[in-house]
Design a protein around this ligand. Structure first.
Ligand code: URA
Length: 457
């Protein structure tokens, strides 16, 4: 295969044919194209983008590089949720059992921490014994028996994405809308879903901070899903501050368990319910937002969702007692309180600084083969907009030792900005809903019924 002319054509603003993309990805997956050529082509895509038919061909080729989960003629609707990544984002741990408790199957395939963002698999693996590696056959069997499974990308699913993703991670080619869209959708389309809900983050802690880019990514992924028979909807949610209070693997798992027991922080619950409503509507088990929300609240309030999480943990080899007693989770050696440095209003809690600090404390990876320490991280009780007094406790740090505590204090000092008067409010938590029909701005008041004309005379 002559790859150099393809790289040159893409570099100069031309496009590759669908047949070329298909042959190239097949050859790359089998080791027939060297990484350096693929890296050059990816960089050309970062600068030149992809035509619509090129993106479709790339996604299809990545999808075709592996197997697909097939539920044959099983009638139960299957819906997954995928987030583009954030700090403190433990929504998946609450949502999968919650939605499964409402009668919708959730075959959820998640990732590990990436850069400054945390990963669902690392959070689940904080539970002693929890196995995130299941074969496709095991996953299918568990989804049909329990209604949910939470697994990592198996070697059978989209192997081309595995190789491409690792290459992009080390060649500065992650942040490109068509490459992110093809990567996410090639995996999601292999899950045998009846519908997909996307949580596209925007704000300074997101991979694509600009709202405009977030909306374009959402539209791109929706078009890929819809064109392949998978109805897809996206919500744009805020990542200009961490979601919830806990950041760090075991701490986030504990917060998710508390949420399933009805004690979740309001921002985490708002995002979880908004996405859950979309999942129930997409599955067709409810027809209106208010009914879907009531169903979710009922499953949470009755304890059914927490019970479902217990069953899921047990099925995947973990200690289910963790749901009753989160102290089963590994505990940090050094725990200290952090106090507000000044009196005023919290203007910012910078998520990238917090996420990077968790990684530096040992809670994330600098190299793929690094082990993560599940115990370290932060619980930040204050939120942007809160008034605080100097010396008032606003966070706790969880570290391995005194040097970890010092690192954490220094990061909190940089991440938390206290001002006299708030200049700009934080981003709305759930700001836009995107479907194949267009974008709905959820922050605009909806037009009410037209006022009746006053009677004449
Ligand atoms: N998540 C993925 O799976 N792929 C990307 O490219 C970015 C985020």
């Amino acid at each position: 295969m002559l790859v150099v002319p393809m790289i040159e054509r893409k570099r100069d603003g031309g496009s590759l044919t669908p047949e070329e993309w298909s042959a190239l990805i097949a050859a790359y997956t089998e080791g027939g194209v060297p990484d350096y050529q693929m890296a050059a082509l990816l960089m050309a895509v970062v600068f030149r983008g992809l035509e619509r038919q090129e993106l479709a061909a790339l996604t299809d080729a990545m999808l075709a590089s592996g197997q697909r989960l097939s539920f044959d003629d099983w009638a139960t609707p299957r819906v997954d949720k995928h987030s583009t990544g954030g700090v403190g984002d433990k929504v998946s741990l609450v949502l999968a059992p919650l939605v499964a408790a409402c009668g919708v199957a959730v075959p959820m395939m998640s990732g590990r921490g990436l850069g400054h963002t945390g990963g669902t698999l690392d959070k689940l693996e904080a539970i002693p014994g929890f196995r995130t590696v299941l074969s496709l056959a095991e996953t299918k069997q568990q989804v049909q028996r329990l209604g949910c499974a939470m697994i990592g990308q198996t070697p059978e699913i989209a192997p081309a994405d595995r190789r491409l993703y690792a290459l992009r991670d080390v060649t500065g080619t992650v942040e490109a809308i068509p490459l992110i869209a093809a990567s996410i959708m090639s995996k999601k389309l292999a899950e045998g879903l009846t519908a997909l809900v996307l949580d596209v983050k925007h704000g300074s802690g997101a991979f694509l901070p600009d709202l405009k880019d977030g909306l374009e990514l959402a539209r791109t992924m929706i078009a890929l899903g819809e064109d392949r028979g998978c109805p897809t909807v996206a919500l744009l949610t805020a990542m200009d501050r961490p979601l919830g209070r806990a950041c760090g693997n075991a701490l986030e798992t504990e917060e998710a368990i508390l949420a399933l027991r009805g004690e979740g922080p309001p921002d985490l619950m708002e995002v979880t319910y908004a996405l859950g409503v979309e999942m129930l509507l997409a599955a067709g088990v409810e027809r209106t937002t208010s009914k879907a929300r009531k169903k979710l609240e009922g499953a949470l309030g009755s304890g059914l969702a927490a019970e479902k999480f217990e069953q899921l943990i047990e099925a995947q080899g973990g200690n289910p007692r963790v749901v009753e007693d989160p102290a089963v989770l590994p505990q940090a050696q050094a725990v200290e309180v952090y106090a507000a440095a000044a009196t005023g209003v919290i203007a910012r809690i910078e998520p990238r600084t917090i996420g990077r600090a968790v990684v530096a404390m040992g809670g994330g990876r600098l190299k793929v083969e690094d082990a993560v320490d599940p115990t370290v991280g932060f619980v930040i009780s204050a939120k942007p907009g809160d008034k605080v007094l100097a010396g008032e406790p606003i966070a706790s740090v969880y570290a391995r030792d005194a040097s970890g505590v010092e690192l954490a204090y220094e990061a909190l000092g940089r991440a938390i900005v206290i001002v006299d008067r708030l200049a700009e409010p934080p981003l709305p938590l759930v700001s836009h809903r995107v479907t194949k029909s267009g974008v709905e701005d959820l922050t605009r008041p909806r037009p009410g019924p037209k006022p009746r004309a006053a009677p004449r005379g």
